[in-house]
Design a protein around this ligand. Structure first.
Ligand SMILES: Nc1nc2c(ncn2[C@@H]2O[C@H](COP(=O)(O)OP(=O)(O)OP(=O)(O)O)[C@@H](O)[C@H]2O)c(=O)[nH]1
Ligand SMILES: [Mg+2]
Length: 567
């Protein structure tokens, strides 16, 4: 996994070829999916990585990224040629390391059933054989071979914390899913109940010691906290856990997933910007090595460097913002064009993995990626839905929400989410088979409030009824409530009812008009049929008299004909 604490600096990968003899060339030779800051990612990973094989892996892809296109922030003299390193002959397959799990670990309370138990306290794990241990952990993700870092998860349940309706165990389960999505290998987890988080280390000193022993026992490379840590807490924890262990939080993890998945220029820019803004107060760690290398003799050198870095980072944030602005201008023009077509826009919103993209695909034949992973969709996709009765509306798939969604990301995706705020109707898709469906609904409502989208009419949809324990009971409950539709986006069940419900809801968002449409404006009449709801038609001498519900924008277009009617 490559946590994207994007390096913003001139790369410090040596331009002369380092000694990688005996290292394995990545087996997947597919073209790496060049992301906006892939080079920077590889450089930082290279620098923070101690294992020779891993370092070679990052070096290899860094060079490939350079060779492919030369994107990123690099000066021309950084270009180096790909070293010709022969893979070793008769390379042995990885040898499974024998880790003996022992009970009585240091986990307080019952953590997730499916997560491995806590590490042994007393029994020391055999020291891993570097190469074999690494070889086993190369996997292919999104077309890029990545190294699965070993991760350990940590949560804190604060007493009297009403906001955390998910509960610490469910929240950690979700964090594990996020870690899986990011390509990490979760080896254990723990949590602590506290009245207040420790301002220095977030968790108590006993828990810190417990995690330290887990790090040694499992060879943990990354410790992930379920909540956002302050830069100070991050620094202190890294100090206690030791220089090689990376400490990060949920926000950094989500940012990394977004970074891996950003497919369009706008998404890549948004994520890069959010990463840099997240990175700015946390720069310290990258330069502690200067102090260490100098053996303390040139104290303060790292500190000066941090100031320089911060300045560079701020400049780059400015550049990114400008670039993003121009991309957004284009998007706005496109949206304005679309607005001139008076078809109502319906947006799918909901918790990540609820089935939004599957629903869009079922209704429109779109081929949006839908998979059992968190944050499969980052960019909005809009398609036209044609109903059997000839009516139509535009359906937009959007990025999924999650509890504890970092405010930086909500802000970063605000532009993309403008799609939502300009919709006539929001369809809130819920995975009703999920044990925490209610809590997920609340989390989505919270984000919608942050986005000022509460005034837009909503339709609640219970998806995945086919997967629910008692689908019949759910259907009865939905009928009793009257404000929710039961569907299965996967099997297509209930989609007819869904479209009718959308139509009904859209009607509430339309305005009532009476207009006399001249016979030579036939196309206007057919538009009314497609996007509005005609209740009465009368053929008069001067044209067709209609009484109908139409979208507000379209009503404006019909103003002259509405006046003709009055006269
Ligand atoms: N059993 C069942 N599975 C479903 C249904 N709808 C979606 N899924 C599955 O749920 C998983 C997530 O579906 P997506 O459509 O990608 O979910 P999404 O809401 O777009 O997720 P993000 O893009 O991550 O926000 C996929 O594996 C789908 O096949 C359904 O009605 N029934
Ligand atoms: Mg999706």
């Amino acid at each position: 996994m490559s946590l994207c604490f994007c390096s913003i600096l001139k790369p410090s990968i040596p331009t002369s070829e380092p000694d990688f003899s005996g290292c394995r060339v990545p087996t997947h030779t597919r073209k790496p999916n060049l992301q906006f800051n892939l080079q920077r990612k590889q450089i930082l990973n290279y620098n923070s990585c101690k294992k020779k094989q891993q370092r070679y892996y990052y070096y290899y892809y860094y060079l490939r990224a350079l060779q492919e296109e030369g994107i990123g922030i690099l000066s021309p003299d950084d270009t180096v040629s790909l070293p010709e390193i022969q893979p070793r002959e008769n390379q042995q397959d990885a040898v499974e390391e024998d880790v003996e799990a022992v009970v009585n670990g240091g986990v307080s309370g019952d953590v997730m059933e499916e997560l491995p138990k806590s590490p042994p306290r007393r029994i020391e794990r055999k020291k891993p054989v570097d190469k074999e241990d690494s070889d086993d952990r190369f996997t292919l993700r999104n077309g890029i071979e990545v190294f699965e870092e070993k991760a350990y998860l940590v949560g804190v349940a604060c007493k009297g914390d009403k906001e955390d309706s998910f509960g610490i165990e469910a929240s950690l389960r979700e964090l594990k899913q996020l870690a899986d999505t990011a390509g990490l290998l979760v080896v254990g987890s723990t949590y602590q109940k506290l009245s207040n988080p420790n301002p220095r280390t977030y968790i108590g000193s006993g828990k810190v010691a417990e995690i330290k022993s887990a790090i040694q026992a499992f060879g943990v490379e990354t410790v992930i906290f379920d909540d956002e840590l302050s830069p100070g807490q991050l620094r202190n924890l890294e100090k206690v856990f030791g220089g090689d262990v990376r400490v990060c939080d949920r926000t950094a993890l989500i940012l990394d997933i977004f970074n891996q998945r950003a497919a369009t220029r706008e998404a890549a820019l948004q994520v890069s910007l959010a990463q840099m803004e997240y990175q700015l107060p946390r720069l310290t760690r990258m330069w502690t090595h200067l102090e260490r290398q100098a053996g303390g003799k040139v104290k303060g050198m790292g500190e000066k460097q941090i100031e320089v870095d911060k300045r560079i980072l701020r400049t780059q944030i400015g550049v990114l913002k400008k670039e993003l602005e121009s991309v957004r201008k284009h998007r706005k023009q496109y949206r304005t064009r679309r607005v001139s077509v008076p078809v109502p826009v319906v947006s799918l919103v909901g918790y990540t993995n609820a089935g939004k993209s599957t629903l869009l695909n079922q209704l429109t034949g779109a081929e949006v990626l839908a998979e059992d992973r968190l944050f499969a969709t980052l960019d909005p996709t809009t398609r036209r839905v044609q109903m059997k009765n000839g009516k139509e509306f535009l359906l937009t798939d959007t990025v999924g929400f999650i509890q504890k969604l970092p405010t930086t990301l909500v802000a970063a995706f605000r532009a993309t989410l403008e799609e939502i705020s300009e919709s006539s109707l929001l369809v809130h898709v819920v995975d009703i088979s999920h044990p925490l469906a209610e809590q997920q609904i609340e989390a989505v409502e919270k984000v919608l409030t942050e986005l000022d989208a509460t005034s837009i009419p909503k339709l609640l949809v219970w998806n995945k009824v086919d997967k629910a324990e008692d689908p019949e009971k759910l259907t009865l409950e939905a009928e009793r409530r009257g404000d929710v539709i039961c569907i299965s986006a996967l099997t297509g069940e209930g989609l007819g009812d869904f479209c009718n419900a959308v139509q009904e809801k859209l009607k509430d968002t339309m305005v009532w008009i009476e207009a006399l449409i001249p016979f030579d404006k036939g196309e206007l009449l057919s538009t009314v049929h497609r996007v509005g709801m005609i209740e009465r038609t009368e053929y008069l001498e001067k044209g067709t008299l209609i009484r109908a519900h139409v979208p507000l924008r379209f009503a404006r277009l019909l103003t002259p004909m509405r006046q003709m009617c009055v006269s």
